[in-house]
Design a protein around this ligand. Structure first.
Ligand SMILES: *Cc1c(COP(=O)(O)O)cnc(C)c1O
Length: 435
């Protein structure tokens, strides 16, 4: 945008953003933060407190971004801050095993028993990259099946988009991704059981793994169709391929035990991130012991990390999972999510605005669509201009939704009746601006 070069910035955030654009592509460290999906300039956040964030101009906003998922207990929960503070006082990193790693792994396994053996890494991207390497090594095959609109981090193999046709060998989704890297990825429409069946009938003996967001969250929330995850489990088993559930987002969010617990399907490998680091950098992958024991140094599949298993990050994750293990804690965030989803539908209806608000556990997305959203094509067909208008109306009224029609709204245990009521009041006015 050139406007900021000719007009003096009117807010502190706009002034800070100008300075940032000098150093960073788009002025940001990750693209969605630049507000390209909705226009305008991003707010600089200086503080978080429970369900709220405070921006550089002193505006206090009910936050549904929650750092794109990690803060399931809200911002700066005392138990997490205390754990971080206590741990960091002893030093930040040692490159040696720590008791915190073992404790966090034990908690993760209590919630997600399929993670018999696991490894901590420093991002979800890295977790997925490593799980794919392991799947390829264990099967001596190269092909990966992924679904349109699912996001698995930014490594080459999963930055593939669909070509034309129902299920196609992937094309690079970014310059710099070699055709070979994307060409070993088959892209299939989400929720299309028949397409999955066809892909296995044609390529089954060459497929190393199927990777899926078991509840899609990176095109907005799109739940799996009945039988879809079962079909993935069935096909991968029949062809000796590995089933990877990418639960970096859904882990602890759609259910305390993730989508695999909610739907009762056990993948071979699971990737985690976000919630398990309490807002500090983390990823994890794990699953069947016979597979995970192939990772170095037990086995030949190489994967390493200087800062992996960092004790401060581990301590934050332990504090989060201990809190989530208490009766009723997770449920309160899920209840607030259903109340918000239902309230948004009612408020939109009152203004004659067509929306769909799919919600699972502590995640929801308002899609401006007259028809249910079931895959990437129906998600793309939503009215993104309406979302942008709605987004800015909400921001003006003290609510911070994600700055893209295709991002999930996250709730936390700090989002109670008052925060939901405040949000629905703002939404009623924002919908009437649109309607
Ligand atoms: C966020 C996310 C990732 C990538 O995690 P990073 O920590 O951003 O690298 C991978 N998969 C899914 C499903 C995600 O939501």
């Amino acid at each position: 945008m050139t406007a900021s070069r000719t007009e003096a910035p009117t807010t502190e955030s706009a002034r800070l953003y100008e300075a940032a654009r000098h150093y960073f592509p788009g002025g940001v460290s990750s693209p969605v933060r630049a507000f390209n999906g909705v226009g305008g300039t991003p707010r600089f956040i200086v503080r978080g407190e429970g369900a709220f964030v405070v921006d550089a101009d002193g505006n206090r906003l009910v936050d549904y971004v929650l750092a794109y998922g990690p803060h399931i207990l809200g911002h700066a929960p005392p138990c997490v801050i205390a754990a971080i503070t206590r741990t960091v006082a002893n030093g930040t990193s040692f490159g040696a095993p720590s008791t915190q790693e073992t404790e966090l792994a034990g908690l993760v396994q209590e919630f997600i028993p399929s993670m018999q053996v696991m490894r901590f890494v420093t991002s979800g991207t890295e977790a997925v990259m490593s799980a794919i390497r392991l799947a390829r090594a264990a099967t001596s095959r190269n092909l990966i099946v992924k679904f349109e609109g699912n996001y698995h981090g930014h490594s080459d193999a999963v930055l593939a988009r669909a070509g034309s046709g129902v299920a196609t060998l992937g094309l690079p989704d970014s310059p710099g991704v070699p055709a070979g890297a994307a060409g070993d990825t088959i892209v299939v429409p989400y929720n299309d059981i028949e397409a999955v069946r066809e892909v296995f009938a044609e390529h089954g003996g060459r497929i190393a793994a199927v990777i899926v967001e078991p509840v899609a969250g990176n095109m907005g929330v799109v739940p799996p169709a009945p039988g879809f995850l079962e079909a993935l489990r069935w096909q991968t088993t029949a062809y000796d391929a590995i089933l990877i559930f990418d639960e970096v987002m859904t882990g602890f969010r759609v259910d305390p035990g993730g989508a695999q617990t909610l739907f009762g399907i056990s993948p071979d490998l699971t990737t985690l991130g976000k919630v398990i680091g309490g807002g500090l950098p983390i990823g994890a992958y794990g699953g069947r012991a016979d597979l995970m024991r192939q990772i170095a140094p037990d086995g030949p599949v190489y994967q390493a990390g200087t800062l992996a298993g960092n004790p401060v990050v581990m301590a934050a994750g332990i504090a989060v999972l201990r809190e989530l293990a208490k009766p009723g804690v997770w449920r309160s965030a899920a209840d607030a999510t259903s109340a918000l989803a239902e309230g948004l539908v009612d408020a939109a209806q009152s203004s004659g605005v067509s929306i769909q608000v799919p919600h699972v556990g502590t995640m929801l997305t308002p899609f401006f669509s007259e028809v249910p959203v079931t895959d990437y094509a129906t998600a793309r067909a939503c009215d993104t201009k309406r979302y942008a208008t709605f987004f800015h109306s909400m921001l003006q009224r003290g609510v911070s939704p994600p700055p893209s029609a295709f991002e999930t709204w996250f709730l936390s245990t700090a989002h109670g009746e008052d925060e939901v009521a405040l949000t629905l009041e703002a939404a009623a006015e924002a919908f009437s601006d649109i309607g």
